[in-house]
Structure formats: structure tokens, C-alpha cells
Design a protein around this ligand. Structure first.
Ligand code: AMP
Ligand code: DBH
Length: 548
């Protein structure tokens, strides 16, 4: 598979600032004056909370509670240990951890050390981790021993073997050949001053073309994202937020999620398994008040109230986002779970839209919300880039106080993804109501949204084409009642291979060997003699979809 070389040569010791596109000075000034950017670091967010609510629980799990004072001290120790281990402020490290309290300790430790976490998901495999480590110039990796049958130490070993710059591997649990996370030396120097306009962390884009991209978020912009989201959700010290989606994702991390909860003195509970059985038990045990899920999970949870006995009466707000929630399912949330529904239409790139707690039921059930910030600028444009008439469908463009101005180290891609005046082209098709609420109607970008996970068609096709028997490949999303969309691979096979027809199981095995995350594998396989082409000779997905 070809590497994304558009960013040019990158070495692990080149500073993070290279390849980062900051928000222009005149906009930054406005965001500071308006009070959106406070100049405080994300590590400082926890420090303030620990001063204000030292004895309140910050993290709760089956083993007990960790107070704000304790989490604050743990984060300091982790920060000192990280620096004492030889990782330097400004370095990037891969973080691949499950939803456990240590996620927060590692995250805040890194933030306070000024070391930039690249927040990957447990579902990522070699293809993604290697690419993200190389692109970010990561010098280390914070991972876990095993989740289920999958051994993350083997993954780390494989990636380290290919990227010699990856020198520090810390493992939660049994470290194998690496260093145990809990043996990080906890003495060391004082911690660095953190400038709030610097990169705090990197999120991974769902990916629309080729390999996943990195989104660098600053302390200023991400802190605002978390605080303003917490305000919209009415979060306070009596709230208990359940991280049921992978904690490294923008939604449970900062919308308002973990960071928004910390900013407002609430408690965080985490589950590694979001099934109704497991999540409902956590809701009952910790008296969870707010949580966030993707639509298929919302659907499953609503159905499960029929057979699960758990007491969910503490739950006041269920946030649903990541993919379009249909109206029928939206309307079942309150009767089934007894919680207010909030639709959330967000992107790791920045802009997040929320329905408000006091929006009329019809708005909550039929729209994907309106922008978080009064400073979010929205345009809805046609294919020529002209604003459409109010209420008409078009592509959503946006810029604002927490939306990126460029992907990290991706100049070529950036020239396509942003307008000259800095608007991000979301690729989402929306209609805007006079109230400002948006209805998402589709995507212009070629991505399959499989149960809230974005599967890039280009990326999958690239892997499929690497199979010796495959001549042409097209990935298309087909409607699926459970997942929203499922992944269908249409292959034109090499003539010689036709006799030994390729099965779906063989294709999936091939992708597993290539290290592609299982959620990106096809659910269906079709073979064809040819693929329909457009006038300029591109594969015509629309026509293809119509034949399936
Ligand atoms: P990502 O790039 O992985 O952060 O995914 C963001 C994309 O997910 C958005 O650009 C939308 O295409 C999609 N998305 C997120 N939330 C919603 C929602 N509530 N309704 C429809 N699409 C959504
Ligand atoms: O899908 C997403 O990326 C997403 C969904 C809801 C997101 O980034 C968010 C909220 O912040």
C-alpha cells in the first residue's frame, strides 16, 4: 500500500509546529476578546477543578472513587514520569487505551508534560497505527496488554520494528518486553509552562480519502469546545458522565464528555463494553446522569429496556450522534429511557451542533442541532461554491473558534479541504432551518458510515486492490437497518483468478493480514465483469449503487 507522502519527509524530532495551520491572528484576537479562548491549558482545567472541588469524585469505577485531588496528583506524577523517561515536551506519542480510569491519568499526564497524545482508537490496527505514528513522528506509545484476544503489545512491537523513532512503549497491565505503565518513574523535574495556543492533542479523522488524517487541537480551542459544550448540556458537580464510546473519540472526550465533566466538577464513569447489559449496570451503580452513543447503540439500548431490569432513573440526558438518527428512533428515546434526547452532529475537525435542552420535541427529533458557538460561521453552498437559498440542500462549510484551518502535515489535502478564506469543507450535505438548526441529508465525500464509524472508500479500495486477484475495486455503502450503512465491496477479478473465485471470508482474512481495522472490512462481496464509469472515466458509484 502506498504511503501518504504528500507531507514530505518528516522526522520524529521535527517540531510539532511544522505542519500545523494555526487560526489566523486576527481571528485569534477576536476569540480571545470574546472570552472563548482563555489562555488556560487543559492541564490547568483539571488543576482549577481540583482546587475548587478537591474531595468530589472525578473518576468512579467498580474498584472505587478517585477524587479530584487524587486525579490531580496522579496526573502530576504521570507528567513527571513521562519527562523523566526521556520523552520531551513537544514530542508526539501514540495513545491506544481502552475506557479505563488510566486513560484520564495518561491524558492529563501528557497534557501537563506538554507531550502531544495522538488519540487512536482500540479498533485501530497496524495499517492505521503505523501511518499515524509515522505522520506524527511519534517517539512513544501508551498502550494496553490485551483487549479480548487481541494483543496490543504485538501490535506495538510490529510498529516499532518498522519505525525506529518509536522508542518508548508503556503498557497498561502485563508489559511483556516493554515498560509497565505503573513503573514509570514518578520523580523528576518541575513541569513546563504550557502555552495555550500550542497543540494540546491530536485527534484522528474518520477519514474520507485515503489514510486517516490528524487533527491538531490547541489548548485554547479544545478547552472552549469542552466548556461551552458542558454549558449547553447544563453539566455541574452533581453530574455523572458515562464514557461508553471509545474515550479517544472527540464526542465522548470533549462534547462535553470527559473534559467537559472535569471542567464542571462532575464524575466520570467508563465502560469498555457499551452493551446494554454492561452499560445499564454502570448507569445504575454510579447513578449516571449523562452519556453519549451512536444511533445503532441508542436503538439497541431503547429495545433492551424491554428485558434489562436495571434502574436507569438517574439518566437525564442521552446524547446521540456520529451518524444520522432517524425520527422514529429519536422519538422512542424518552419513553424507553426516561431521558431527554440530544442530537449531536459533530466532527473531530471542529464544529459541533447540538439540539438544546429546551428545544421543542419536534426540533429535537427531526434535526441534528445547531452550532455550539455564536462565533461558528456556517455556509451552505452548491457545487459551484455559491450559497444556496435558505432551506435548500448544499454542502456545509464552516470556520470558527474551535474548527481546524488545516489537517496536520497534509498540504496537498488541505488545498482541497479548505476554501481560500479558511472555511472547512465538511463534505456533509445539509439543510439549514430559519432557527439555525441543521438537517443532515447526506455526504458528498465518499465515506461509508457504518454504525457511526466512518469507513473511507478510497482507503478500503486501496487495500482491496493490493490483492493479486483483484483488478478493480469499489466500496459502496448499502442501507442497513441496524448499522445505517454496511460495506459492500464490488470486485472485478483478474481473468486468471476467476476460476478460483474469491470469497468474502478470504477477502476479510487478507485485510486482517494487512492490518486493516475489522470495522472497515466489507460485509458483502459482489463480483462484476466491469464497473460503470463516469464521463471522465472515474468509477460511477452512484450508478453502481443503483445496480446493487
Ligand atoms: P469524523 O470525521 O470521524 O469526525 O466524522 C464526522 C462526520 O460524521 C461528520 O462530518 C458527519 O458526516 C458524520 N456525523 C456526525 N454526527 C452526525 C449526525 N448527528 N448526523 C449525521 N451525520 C453525522
Ligand atoms: O462523528 C463524529 O466525529 C462526532 C459525532 C458527534 C463528533 O466528532 C462529535 C460529536 O464531536
Amino acid at each position: 500500500m502506498g504511503r501518504d507522502t504528500e507531507a514530505g519527509p518528516v522526522t520524529s524530532n521535527s517540531p510539532a509546529r511544522d505542519g500545523f495551520t494555526p487560526i489566523p491572528t486576527e481571528f485569534a484576537g477576536r476569540y480571545r476578546t470574546a472570552g472563548y479562548w482563555t489562555g488556560r491549558s487543559l492541564g490547568g482545567l483539571l488543576r482549577s477543578a481540583a482546587r475548587r472541588w478537591p474531595d468530589r469524585p472525578a473518576l468512579v469505577d467498580a474498584a472505587g472513587k478517585r477524587s479530584y485531588r487524587e486525579l490531580d496528583a496522579d496526573a502530576d506524577r504521570m507528567a513527571r514520569g513521562i519527562l523523566a523517561a526521556g520523552i520531551e515536551s513537544g514530542d508526539r506519542v501514540i495513545v491506544q487505551l481502552p475506557n479505563v480510569p488510566e486513560f484520564a491519568v495518561v491524558l492529563f499526564g501528557l497534557l501537563r508534560a506538554g507531550v502531544i497524545p495522538v488519540l487512536t482508537l482500540p479498533a485501530h490496527r497496524r495499517a492505521e497505527i503505523e501511518h499515524l505514528a509515522e505522520l506524527s513522528g511519534a517517539v512513544g506509545c501508551f498502550t494496553v496488554d490485551k483487549i479480548g484476544e487481541f494483543d496490543y503489545r504485538e501490535l506495538a512491537a510490529e510498529v516499532c520494528g518498522r519505525l525506529p523513532g518509536l522508542r518508548h512503549v508503556f503498557v497498561l497491565g502485563d508489559p511483556g518486553p516493554f515498560t509497565a505503565l505503573d513503573s514509570i518513574p514518578c520523580e523528576g523535574d518541575s513541569l513546563p509552562e504550557i502555552a495555550a495556543d500550542q497543540i494540546a492533542l491530536m485527534l484522528v479523522s474518520g477519514g474520507t480519502t485515503g489514510l486517516p488524517k490528524l487533527i491538531a487541537r490547541t489548548h485554547d480551542d479544545y478547552g472552549y469546545n469542552a466548556r461551552a459544550s458542558a454549558e449547553i448540556c447544563g453539566l455541574g458537580p452533581d453530574d455523572v458522565y458515562l464514557a461508553a464510546l471509545p474515550a479517544a473519540h472527540n464526542f465522548p472526550l470533549s462534547c462535553p464528555g470527559i473534559l467537559g465533566t472535569i471542567a464542571t466538577g462532575g464524575a466520570i464513569a467508563l465502560v469498555t463494553d457499551p452493551s446494554p447489559e454492561c452499560a445499564f449496570a454502570a448507569i445504575e451503580r454510579h447513578r449516571v446522569t449523562v452519556t453519549s452513543v451512536v444511533p445503532p447503540l441508542a436503538q439497541l439500548w431503547c429495545a433492551a429496556t424491554e428485558w434489562e431490569e436495571a434502574d436507569l432513573s438517574s439518566l437525564r440526558l442521552l446524547q446521540v450522534g456520529g451518524a444520522r438518527l432517524d425520527e422514529t428512533n429519536a422519538r422512542t428515546v424518552r419513553p424507553a429511557l426516561g431521558a431527554t434526547l440530544q442530537q449531536v452532529f459533530g466532527m473531530a475537525e471542529g464544529l459541533v451542533n447540538y439540539t438544546r435542552l429546551d428545544d421543542p420535541e419536534d426540533i429535537v427529533c427531526t434535526t441534528q442541532g445547531r452550532p455550539l458557538s455564536p462565533a461558528d460561521e456556517i455556509r451552505v453552498v452548491d457545487t459551484d461554491g455559491r450559497d444556496v437559498a435558505p432551506g435548500d440542500e448544499g454542502e456545509l462549510l464552516t470556520r470558527g473558534p474551535y474548527t481546524l484551518r488545516g489537517y496536520y502535515r497534509a498540504p496537498e489535502h488541505n488545498s482541497r479541504s479548505f476554501t481560500a478564506d479558511g472555511y472547512y469543507r465538511s463534505g456533509d450535505l445539509v439543510r439549514r432551518l430559519s432557527s439555525g438548526h441543521l438537517i443532515v441529508s447526506g455526504r458528498i465525500k465518499d465515506v461509508i458510515n457504518r454504525g457511526g464509524e466512518n469507513v473511507s472508500c478510497d482507503e478500503l479500495e486501496e487495500h482491496l486492490l493490493a490483492h493479486p486477484a483483484v483488478r478493480h475495486a469499489a466500496a459502496v455503502g448499502l442501507p442497513d437497518p441496524g448499522l445505517g450503512e454496511k460495506v459492500c465491496a464490488v470486485l472485478v477479478l483478474d481473468r486468471k483468478a476467476l476460476a478460483a473465485a474469491l470469497t468474502l471470508a478470504e477477502v476479510r482474512q487478507f485485510l486482517t493480514i494487512r492490518g486493516l481495522a475489522p470495522y472497515k472490512h466489507p460485509d458483502l462481496l459482489r463480483t462484476a465483469d466491469t464497473l460503470p464509469l463516469t464521463a471522465v472515466g472515474k468509477i460511477d458509484k452512484k450508478a453502481l449503487r443503483a445496480t446493487l
